[in-house]
Design a binder for this molecule. Structure first.
Ligand SMILES: [Fe+2]
Length: 156
């Protein structure tokens, strides 16, 4: 049943498309962070292993709320690895030969998401009149800003 919540159909569709791209980004970054949790090697291995675990757990929660937000506005969330790989704005295959390079790669991805989401908050609120999603995206932005700060603090 279609939601009757005061968002024009064409606006809800555009918001859902944008949220599905964000969902694909969150999934990709989740997988990358989990990869580093498994495969990092460093003198402070255990600390990094746990640090990456905390980060992928946070991404898991964000990813879940993005997908459910798409359902709130009457659309379906992407749900396959192939669809995420096609939709994501992030790339894989960076130099992962040291822990520092892994951290720099994650930071770059978080900052990419932060820049994208910052623009989308205004688009969603002002153009599509979906204030609930604009507020939600502001929370996502802040979560990524915190995670980016933690990653950045490992780098000189
Ligand atoms: Fe684990």
């Amino acid at each position: 049943m279609k939601p009757n919540i005061g968002i024009a159909d064409e606006h809800a569709l555009e918001v859902a498309k944008l949220l599905n791209v964000l969902l694909a980004d969150e999934f990709t970054l989740y997988a990358k962070t989990r990869n580093y949790h498994w495969n990092v090697t460093a003198p402070n291995f255990l600390e990094l292993h746990k640090f990456f675990e905390g980060q992928y757990e946070a991404l898991d929660e964000i990813m879940d709320s993005v997908a459910e937000r798409i359902r709130y506005i009457g659309h379906y969330a992407l749900g396959s690895v192939l669809s995420f790989a096609k939709a994501t704005r992030l790339t894989e295959g960076q130099d992962e030969s040291t822990a520092t390079k892994m951290i720099a790669s994650l930071l770059d991805d978080h900052e990419t998401i932060i820049r994208q989401v910052r623009n989308e908050i205004n688009l969603v609120g002002d153009t599509y009149k979906d204030l609930g999603t604009a507020d939600f995206l502001t929370g996502v932005l802040k979560d990524h800003e915190k995670m980016a700060w933690m990653l950045r603090s490992y780098l000189a």
